[in-house]
Each structure stands twice: as C-alpha cells, then as structure tokens.
Design a protein around this ligand. Structure first.
Ligand code: CO8
Length: 258
C-alpha cells in the first residue's frame, strides 16, 4: 500500500513509522489513521519486523485529531460511526512492541496515541497535553484513562481540566515517558532500544508485553499468577535453554523464537 500521510522504513528488523502531515502538525485525520493502522497491522504480520517505532516531525509528534475534519460532525454521526473506536482498538491489538518517539507537540489524540504505544521516549522539546477542553469536548481514546494511570489523578485532572501542557522534564518525573534525550538523539535512541528488543526472543518479548498490559486489567494477585504462568511457560521454549546456556558459557545468545 502506498502511503500519503506516513512514511515507513524497515531496517534492522525495526519498522520506523513516521507521521507525515507537516502542514497540519501531523493532525490525525481519518486518512492518516487508516494508513497508520494498516502500516501497524502490516508490521505486526511481517516476519522481518520485530519491533515498531512511531514518530512524527521535530515540531510535532501529532497535534491531535484533525479539528477541521471533526468540527462539522454531530452526535448522531460520531455515535453511529463510533468515531475513533476502530483505530484505538486496532492499535491496542498489535502484539509486537511499539515505541513512541516524541518530539514537539503530542496533544489530544497525539498524546493518546503515544500512550497507546508500549513506552514513550521523548526529546527535550516534547510537550504533552489533553487540550480538548478548550474545544468544548474531552479526550476520546485514553486521555482521561491511560493518563490517569500513568501520572495519577491530580496531574491528569489538571491537564484534562485546564488543558495545560506538560514538558519533557515533568513528563519523565511523572512517569509518562521512560527516557528524555536531546532532540538530535531521539531517533537513534528509539531505534537502539527497538533493535535491542528485536534481538531478544520474540516469544519472551510478547509474553512480557502481555504480562505488563495485564497489570492494568486485573488485581495484583491475578496479575502475579498470570505472570508466573507465562514465566513457567517460557521454560518450554528453546530460547530459554539458549538464553541461560549463553549466559553460563559467557557468550551472546542466538535466539530463534522457538
Ligand atoms: N487539527 C487540524 N489542524 C491542526 C491541528 C489539529 N489538531 N493542530 C494544528 N493544526 C494546523 C493549524 O490549523 C495550522 O494550519 P494552517 O497553517 O493551515 O492554519 C498548522 O497546523 C500549524 O498550526 P499553528 O499555526 O496553530 O502552529 P503553532 O505553532 O502556532 O501552534 C499548537 C501549535 C499549539 C500545537 C496549535 O496548533 C494547537 O493548539 N493545535 C491544536 C491542539 C489541539 O487542540 N489538539 C486536540 C485536538 S482534539 C483531539 O485530539 C480529540 C482526541 C480524540 C481521539 C483522537 C484519536 C485519534
């Protein structure tokens, strides 16, 4: 599929998906979302891809859903079409790890897209926000839910009610992002993290992603049980034998995803 609103490059088993609507600060219109979810599904099904990075431009990861496209819609239409439900579900179904590499604005749907990824690495100029309140609406795919789990009620309320932006330093301090790097190092840092993940056993990688995500859906006891079952199950893999043997033999493991 030829894309107009995103670019996709695959190297070293990593798919780098770049949102590319520079004139609208990568605002997420329906065409871009269609292309993004198609590219993610392609990457998920492509044996050459073992990790995915989503990024934007230096100025904007994404400045939110496309306000122009949404402005004339009415309740009946958005309710009937279940606006944004499909892309949100499709992104959350991707089993390979997704890193969001955020530079500049990650606002509204842009912040929510970053949060729907598995972790966020951001540049020092990153700005996160849920400014939908300024438009007379609220967040639509996780800005009141995921953000609250990441940064706690007080900051999530502050951001959702006032629409203020959070800078990179505050985002790291609050647990929204895992790393902050100088802007010039953003893509190298995200690609290096992705390559590391790509070198691991993909069976263990999938299990780790599944187990961490389960922690949001269940009680601690159930989650611990789920984790232990997956941990035990991994002892049935060749990669467990290889990983542990390589450690003992002081060499690099050669994982075969088996
Ligand atoms: N939608 C459409 N166009 C946009 C958007 C957007 N969200 N953001 C920026 N643009 C456009 C501007 O209209 C402008 O276009 P033009 O040159 O044709 O007038 C161009 O991008 C550049 O923008 P600015 O001139 O405003 O650039 P500034 O550097 O002055 O300001 C800001 C940058 C602060 C990011 C500013 O553009 C801004 O506030 N943008 C809107 C941010 C916002 O409110 N986002 C929330 C949108 S609502 C939403 O996301 C609902 C989420 C629901 C789920 C979504 C699932 C995908």
């Amino acid at each position: 599929m030829a894309y107009q609103n995103i670019n996709v490059e695959i190297s070293d088993n990593v798919a780098l998906i770049r949102l590319n609507r520079p004139d609208a600060l990568n605002a997420l219109n329906s065409k871009l979302l269609e292309e993004l979810t198609a590219a993610l599904a392609d990457a998920d099904g492509n044996d050459k891809v073992r990790c995915i990075v989503i990024t934007g431009s230096d100025k904007a990861f994404a400045a939110g859903a496309d306000i122009k496209e949404m402005s004339q819609k009415g309740f009946v239409e958005v309710y009937h079409d279940n606006l944004f439900a499909a892309p949100a579900a499709e992104i959350s179904e991707i089993r390979k790890p997704i890193i969001a590499a955020v530079s500049g604005y990650a606002l509204g749907g842009g912040c929510e897209l970053a949060m729907a990824c598995d972790f966020i690495i951001c540049a020092e100029n990153a700005k996160f926000g849920q400014p939908e309140i300024n438009l007379g609406v609220i967040a639509g795919i996780g800005g009141t839910q995921r953000l609250t789990r990441f940064v706690g009620k007080s900051k999530a309320m502050d951001m959702n009610l006032t629409g203020r932006f959070m800078d990179a330093e505050e985002a790291e301090r609050s647990g929204l992002v895992s790393r902050v790097v100088p802007a010039a190092k953003l893509i190298p840092e995200a690609m290096s993290a992705a390559k590391k993940i790509a070198e691991r056993s993909q069976i263990a990688v999938k299990a780790a992603k599944e187990a961490v995500n389960r922690s949001y859906e269940t009680t601690l006891q159930e989650g611990l049980q789920y984790e232990r079952r997956l941990f035990h199950a991994l002892f049935a893999t060749e990669d467990q034998k290889e990983g542990m043997a390589a450690f003992l033999e002081k060499r690099e493991p050669q994982f075969r995803d088996k």
